[in-house]
Design a protein around this ligand. Structure first.
Ligand SMILES: [Fe+2]
Length: 209
């Protein structure tokens, strides 16, 4: 769509984030299944439920504007989701994989915080008061989710430090690893599916980074 004014830009950005949120509805269950720790898995599941509400809120905003709720491909989120798959594909050690999943999720949250921050500001300028209220609720949720991920990352780091007898990153060989997938946790099948999907996306001869 042509962007002739702030109202058009507002609608274009709404379509971008609507598509981004829809991508996350698919990505979050995969990230939850790949999590080695129960608390990280719960955090992803919780955020999945929030994301469903966020999609509904965006539909309410479209309705307020008398616009049809429709998405426009969010390439940024496609890239972030692809990198998240890469972590699942390549991180074979549960602690490292969890650290990578947290990092992937925080990149997503920061993208969303930037998008919703702009949307709130533009809605205020345009006088769309109901949209301001709805978008502010989502912005607050994204900030809280980011904060939660920071706390989980810090707890992980502290556990690592204790486990390594004060030396982060070191773990005695005879000591059992933390955060093994729990019994009945269907990580392997899903991972193989994700690996195949990733393999198809990678161009032949791409450097292994
Ligand atoms: Fe979101």
């Amino acid at each position: 769509m042509k962007i002739r004014n702030l109202e058009d830009l507002f609608v274009a950005e709404l379509r971008d984030i609507y598509h981004a949120e829809k991508q996350l509805l698919k990505a979050l269950p995969r990230m939850a299944r790949a999590s080695g720790s129960g608390e990280l898995r719960n955090a992803f599941q919780e955020h999945l439920e929030q994301t469903q509400h966020q999609v509904e809120r965006l539909e309410d905003v479209f309705a307020e504007l008398d616009q049809k709720a429709k998405g426009k491909t969010c390439e940024a989120m496609e890239g972030l989701v692809a990198e998240g798959k890469d972590v699942i594909n390549n991180a074979v050690e549960p602690d490292a994989r969890d650290a990578g999943l947290i990092a992937s999720a925080q990149k997503v949250e920061h993208y969303e915080i930037a998008s919703y921050g702009c949307l709130v500001s533009w809605a205020e300028q345009l006088g769309h008061q109901r949209a301001v209220e709805l978008l502010k609720q989502t912005l607050a949720e994204e900030k809280a989710a980011d904060q939660k991920l920071t706390e989980l990352a810090e707890r992980r780091t502290n556990r690592e430090a204790q486990q390594g007898d004060g030396q982060a990153g070191e773990r005695p060989a005879e000591q059992p690893r933390l955060q093994q997938p729990e019994p009945g946790h269907e990580f392997n099948d899903e991972t193989h599916a994700a690996e195949e999907e990733i393999a198809e996306r990678e161009p032949a001869g791409a450097p292994d980074m």
